[in-house]
Design a protein around this ligand. Structure first.
Ligand SMILES: [Zn+2]
Length: 299
C-alpha cells in the first residue's frame, strides 16, 4: 500500500472504529449496570429502567435512538439518562483515537499486527471504561474486570509485543531480558516485560497507598485501585504503569480540588483517572517518556 493510499484510507478506518465503538459503548452501559448486581451481561435483552419493557432493536441504535426519542422510553415516556448516550459517544471517540494512533500511521493500515495491537488496546479501553462507570456508581473496581486484566496482559503481550515494546525496541533494546529461552514458539520478552508491568503497577500504587494511609491515618487507596493499575501495567509495561499513575494523580488532583470547592464533597473515585492515564500510557506512554527524558537531559 502506497503512502497516498494509506492517507486516503486512514479516515475510513477511523470512522469505522468510531461506529464500532458506539455499539460497544452501548454494550458497556449494560455491563456497568448488570455486572455489580451479579446479573448476566448478555441475557435478557436491554430493558427500560423505568417500566422494564424490552427495548426494540430500532430503539437501541446508539445515540441516534436516544436523540430521536428525546431521551424518553417509547413505552412509559420515562426519562432515560443522557449518560447512556454520552458513554456510547465517548466509547466511539476513544475507539477512533485508538485507530488513529495505532493503525493510521504510514505502513500500518495493511499491517495485521497493528490491527491486533489496536484491537487489544480497544478491549483494554472498553474494560477500563466499564470499570470506571462501576467505580463512579458503586465506588468499587470489580474483580471480574481487574483480575482477568492482570493475567491477560502478559499472555496477550506474548503475541502482540507492540503492547509493551516500541517497534524499534523489538529484539534490540532489551538485552536485559535476553537470558530468556530463544527457542520458544513465541518470543517471551514482551510477556515478561508485561508481567513486570503488572508488578510495578500494583507495587507502586500499593506502596504510595501504604505511605498515604500512615500519613492520613485512614485508608488512602483502595485495593481495587492496586489491582486496576496492576492490570494497566500488564498492557502498558512498567514505564507505562508509572506514566498512567502520574497522569491519574495530576488529573485527579485538578478535578478533585475543583470538585471539593464546588460541591464540598471530598470523596472521589480514582478509577476513572487511572483509566485515562492508562489509555494515554498505552497509546503514547513511550513518546511521553522519550520527550520527558529529552527535556530533562537537555539532549
Ligand atoms: Zn419505559
Amino acid at each position: 500500500m502506497s503512502a497516498a493510499e494509506a492517507a486516503l484510507l486512514a479516515p475510513f478506518a477511523t470512522a469505522f472504529a468510531f461506529l464500532f465503538g458506539l455499539n460497544v459503548g452501548s454494550f458497556l452501559n449494560v455491563v456497568a449496570h448488570r455486572l455489580p448486581l451479579g446479573l448476566s451481561v448478555v441475557r435478557p435483552r436491554s430493558r427500560c429502567p423505568g417500566c422494564l419493557t424490552p427495548i426494540a432493536a430500532r430503539d437501541n441504535i446508539p445515540v441516534i435512538s436516544w436523540a430521536l426519542l428525546r431521551g424518553r422510553c417509547r413505552g412509559c415516556k420515562g426519562r432515560i439518562s443522557a449518560r447512556y448516550a454520552a458513554v456510547e459517544l465517548l466509547c466511539g471517540a476513544l475507539a477512533a483515537w485508538i485507530a488513529y494512533a495505532v493503525v493510521a500511521g504510514p505502513g500500518r493500515l495493511a499491517d495485521g499486527v497493528a490491527w491486533a495491537h489496536a484491537g487489544v488496546v480497544f478491549v483494554a479501553m472498553a474494560a477500563m471504561l466499564a470499570a470506571s462507570l462501576i467505580d463512579l456508581d458503586h465506588r468499587i473496581l470489580p474483580d471480574q474486570l481487574t483480575i482477568p486484566g492482570m493475567w491477560c496482559g502478559p499472555a496477550v503481550a506474548a503475541f502482540v509485543p507492540e503492547l509493551v515494546l516500541r517497534r524499534e525496541a523489538r529484539g534490540g533494546a532489551l538485552e536485559l531480558l535476553t537470558w530468556l529461552p530463544q527457542s520458544w514458539p513465541v518470543p517471551l520478552h514482551a510477556a515478561v516485560l508485561s508481567a513486570i508491568g503488572v508488578a510495578v503497577g500494583g507495587g507502586v500504587i500499593w506502596g504510595l497507598g501504604a505511605v498515604g494511609s500512615r500519613v492520613l491515618g485512614k485508608e488512602a487507596m483502595g485495593f481495587g485501585d492496586v489491582k486496576f493499575l496492576a492490570a494497566i501495567g500488564g498492557f502498558a509495561g512498567p514505564m507505562g504503569a508509572v506514566v498512567a499513575l502520574l497522569l491519574a494523580a495530576l488529573l485527579g488532583s485538578v478535578v478533585g480540588i475543583a470538585r471539593t470547592i464546588m460541591t464540598g464533597d471530598r470523596y472521589m473515585p480514582f478509577g476513572p483517572f487511572l483509566a485515562v492515564g492508562g489509555l494515554v500510557a498505552m497509546l503514547h506512554g513511550a513518546d511521553l517518556v522519550a520527550s520527558y527524558v529529552r527535556t530533562v537531559m537537555g539532549g
